[in-house]
Design a protein around this ligand. Structure first.
Ligand code: ADP
Ligand code: MG
Length: 263
């Protein structure tokens, strides 16, 4: 059986994850034995990680735990040293990043990437124009600006936005690709309470109304508690714990790794 016979058909979405699990489930993404080495150093170590369609998962863990690397393996920015990645029931391990975007995986990276001298509308148009033209492009751009919570700011240069609004803009840009899975790397780092609140609202709304599944890397436990269904803790490249935020917060071993007592 060749899992990639249907590679050229990005319109097929939410096929049962038979390939990944051997049974019919709502699994959207699954990694199996995923591993990434840099030189002799193992950044992601035998990770089995899966999320359901429409789920909102937070990924936490101390600095250097492998969180950003795991997301970059999912987007295809990095190729794994070994292991498999399944998306929508298909093996995407060897699928290139651009094709993964077309299949519905979108990411907002840790480093901000809006163009300060372009307006909000011009920024949003950049990702959209690679995938849509004409009326469809206009519709997607308008929807993304609304999803970003930036209606009324279309003609404002991005450099004139607050840091929080720039993060909102980036989430809108990632959402403009109409993904089924949106990966956010530290979307509220350095933001104040009101700005974090605005991001939480954007994320929960996109998750609720557009049914976009999220994996969100975040340290701020209040933010995590507000948005997450489930939390996965990475430590030394491995999945250390999974559970509700209440379970994770009260877990003595999790507290210990954050204090740096187990390295
Ligand atoms: P996190 O996002 O959890 O803070 P990262 O995934 O960025 O952690 O990094 C995990 C580990 O892998 C760190 O020790 C980091 O130094 C190392 N690492 C990440 N990217 C690279 C790279 N491109 N080359 C070498 N080492 C890397
Ligand atoms: Mg990181």
């Amino acid at each position: 059986m060749s899992p990639d016979t249907a590679t050229g058909d990005p319109s097929v979405r939410h096929t049962p994850a038979v390939e990944a699990t051997g049974e019919i489930t709502d699994t959207l993404l699954e990694t199996r034995g995923l591993r990434k080495e840099f030189g002799g150093f193992t950044a992601v170590d035998d990770v089995n990680f899966s999320i359901e369609a429409g789920e909102l998962r937070c990924l936490i863990g101390p600095n250097g735990a492998g969180k950003s690397t795991l997301l970059k393996l999912i987007t295809g920015t990095y190729r794994p040293t070994s292991g498999k990645i399944y998306y929508d029931g298909r093996d995407i391990t060897a699928v290139d990043p651009h094709e993964r975007v077309q299949r519905g995986i979108s990411m907002k990276f840790q480093v901000p990437s809006v163009y300060g001298d372009l307006t909000v509308r011009e920024n949003v148009r950049l990702p959209v124009q690679r995938f849509a033209g004409g009326d469809e492009r206009r519709r997607r751009v308008d929807d993304a600006i609304a999803a970003a919570g930036l209606s009324g700011y279309e003609a404002v240069e991005a450099s004139a936005l607050s840091h929080g609004q720039q993060q909102q803009l980036e989430i809108g840009m990632a959402a403009s690709l109409e993904p089924d899975l949106l990966l956010l790397d530290e979307p509220v780092a350095g933001l104040d309470v009101a700005e974090r609140e605005a991001i939480a609202e954007r994320v929960t709304r996109l998750n609720g109304t557009e049914d976009i599944a999220f994996v969100v890397i975040e340290h701020d436990t209040e933010f995590v508690a507000e948005i997450a269904d489930e939390v996965t803790v990475l430590h030394n490249g491995e999945v250390f714990r999974e559970g509700s935020i209440e379970e994770i917060e009260s877990d003595a071993d999790v507290q210990r790794i954050y204090l740096g007592g187990d390295t």
